[in-house]
Write a protein that binds this ligand. Structure first.
Ligand SMILES: Nc1ncnc2c1ncn2[C@@H]1O[C@H](COP(=O)(O)OP(=O)(O)OP(=O)(O)O)[C@@H](O)[C@H]1O
Length: 425
C-alpha cells in the first residue's frame, strides 16, 4: 500500500496498530514517511525493513522516534505475531474506550467535574436569553471560553463574537476603540472609524477585565446598555446597535463597587445573568482530561517520540495547585511535549516536582519482581543468551525484553553478557 492509500484508509477509519512495510530506503522516502508518521502519531507502528536501512542515521532515527518495534527481512512470522499481539495490548491501554474522542463532538469547556457540568448547563440556559451576562472567575480559568460558548449557543451564533480586553488597551484609546470616531474628531482622525461595539452588530461583544474600564467609559457603557445606541467620538448622531454584552472580571466587582472603583448602576445592569467559572484546583477530576486534550490538540508540535504522560506525571498534575488555572496547565503541557526526552512526559518536563514513591515495596511485590527476574534469567540461559529466542520463549517482544532487562538492572546480551541484579531487600 502506498502512503497516499494509507492516508485515505486512516482518514476513513482509526487503527490502533499499523505495520510499515518499507521498500525504498532513500532519504526522500524517509522524509515522506516521517511526515506521514507525524500525522498519524497515535497509531502504534511496527516497522519491517531491509537490514541495510538501519545503517542510515535518518531511518534509524525514524524507527526510534515513531515505532514501538521493528523487524528486518526475512520475516520471522512467529516473532511478528508476538510483536503485533503486544502492540495491540499496549494500544488498548492507551485507548481504553475506542471512539471516546469522536463521542465528544464539542471540545470546548472540557471537563467531567460536577462544577463544569453545572457551568455547561447554565451556559445553555443563559444563551437563550438576551440580557447581559457577567462571568466571574480567576485568571486563566476559562472565562473567555465560557463567553464563546454562550455566544455559540445563542440565537446570535451566526453573528460576530468580538472580544476586547479592557485591561490591555490604554485608557486614552479605549473610548475610540469601543465607540469609534468621526473624521476630524481628533488630530490624526483622517477618516471615520467604526468602534468594536458597532462591529459586533447582530452578535456579542465580550468585555474582558471590565473592572479596568475607566469611570467615564463606564458611564458611556451604561448608556449603551440602557438605550441600545452609541455615539461615535466627535458625533452627536446616535447609532442603534443590536449587540449582546458579555462581561468578565477576575476581580470581585461587588467589592470594587464597595470601594467606589466601579459604578453600582453599571454593575447591576451587567450582573443580570451571572456565571461563575471555578478555579481548576476545585475541579481536580478535570485535570487529566484537560491535559490529554491539550496533548491531542498540540500533537503536531510534540517531539516525535513523546506518546503521552507517565504515571508520575499524571500524579504530579493531580498534586499541583494550578494558581494559573487552565492556561498554566496548557502552557506546561505544551512545553513538556516539546522538551521531553523520553517516550512519556515526566514530572520534570512539566516543571513539577515528582510525588514521593507511593509506597515501600510490599512482600508480594518482592516475590513478583524476583519471579520475573528469575524467569528472564532462566530464559536467557536456555536461549544461549540470544535475545530473540529468549523473548520468544517468554512470549514478549524483543523491545519488551530489553525494557525488562533495564528495569531489573540486567545488562542485555548484545552488550556482551548480562548480570542479574541483587534481589530486592
Ligand atoms: N474547560 C476548558 N476546556 C478546554 N480548554 C480550556 C478550558 N478552560 C480554559 N481553557 C483554555 O485555557 C486557556 C485560558 O482560558 P481563557 O482565556 O478562557 O481564560 P480567562 O479566564 O478568560 O483568562 P483571563 O482572565 O486571563 O482573561 C485558553 O486557551 C482556553 O481555550
Amino acid at each position: 500500500m502506498t502512503l497516499a492509500e494509507a492516508r485515505r484508509q486512516l482518514q476513513a477509519r482509526h487503527m490502533q496498530v499499523g505495520v510499515l512495510l518499507v521498500e525504498a530506503h532513500d532519504e526522500q522516502s524517509c522524509a515522506a514517511m516521517d511526515g506521514f508518521l507525524h500525522e498519524h502519531w497515535d497509531v502504534h507502528w511496527v516497522a519491517v525493513l531491509h537490514a541495510p536501512a538501519l545503517e542510515s542515521p535518518a531511518w534509524r532515527q525514524l524507527v526510534h522516534d515513531h515505532c514501538g518495534d521493528f523487524h528486518t527481512w526475512p520475516l520471522d512470522a512467529q516473532r511478528l505475531r508476538h510483536t503485533l499481539g503486544h502492540a495491540h495490548g499496549l494500544a488498548a491501554l492507551r485507548h481504553p474506550q475506542p471512539g471516546c474522542r469522536a463521542a465528544q463532538p464539542e471540545p470546548a469547556l472540557t471537563g467531567q467535574s460536577a462544577a463544569i457540568a453545572r457551568l455547561r448547563r447554565q451556559i445553555v440556559k443563559v444563551a437563550g436569553a438576551s440580557a447581559p451576562v457577567l462571568i466571574a472567575g480567576e485568571s486563566g480559568s476559562g472565562k473567555e471560553l465560557a463567553a464563546q460558548a454562550v455566544h455559540a449557543h445563542s440565537p446570535r451564533r451566526d453573528g460576530p463574537f468580538v472580544p476586547i480586553n479592557c485591561g490591555a488597551i490604554p485608557a486614552a484609546l479605549i473610548q475610540s476603540e469601543l465607540f469609534g470616531y468621526e473624521r476630524g474628531a481628533f488630530t490624526g482622525a483622517a477618516r471615520e472609524k467604526r468602534g468594536l461595539i458597532e462591529t459586533a452588530q447582530g452578535g456579542s461583544i465580550f468585555l474582558d477585565e471590565i473592572g479596568d474600564l475607566p469611570m467615564e467609559l463606564q458611564a458611556n457603557l451604561l448608556r449603551f446598555l440602557q438605550e441600545k445606541t452609541i455615539y461615535r467620538l466627535g458625533s452627536t448622531r446616535s447609532i442603534a446597535v443590536d449587540v449582546r454584552v458579555i462581561a468578565a472580571s477576575h476581580v470581585n466587582l461587588a467589592q470594587a463597587v464597595a470601594r467606589g472603583a466601579f459604578r453600582e448602576d453599571l454593575y447591576y445592569r451587567l450582573n443580570v445573568l451571572a456565571l461563575d467559572v471555578p478555579p481548576l484546583r476545585e475541579r481536580r477530576e478535570d485535570l487529566l482530561p484537560l491535559a490529554e486534550q491539550f496533548f491531542h490538540t498540540y500533537a503536531s508540535e510534540r517531539a516525535p517520540r513523546v506518546k503521552g504522560f507517565s504515571v508520575r506525571a499524571a500524579q504530579a498534575i493531580r498534586d499541583h495547585d494550578w494558581p494559573g488555572n487552565v492556561r498554566e496547565l496548557l502552557n506546561r503541557v505544551r512545553r513538556a511535549m516539546v522538551m521531553a526526552e523520553g517516550r512519556l512526559i515526566q514530572p520534570h518536563d512539566l516543571g513539577l516536582s515528582a510525588a514521593p514513591a507511593p509506597h515501600v515495596a510490599a512482600p508480594l511485590d518482592d516475590a513478583r519482581i524476583r519471579a520475573e527476574r528469575d524467569a528472564i534469567d532462566a530464559s536467557l540461559q536456555r536461549a544461549g543468551r540470544n535475545i530473540t529466542l529468549a523473548a520468544r520463549d517468554l512470549g514478549v517482544s524483543r523491545m519488551t525484553l530489553y525494557r525488562l532487562l533495564a528495569k531489573h538492572g540486567m545488562v542485555a546480551p548484545s552488550h556482551g553478557c548480562y548480570t542479574a541484579a541483587p534481589p530486592p531487600k
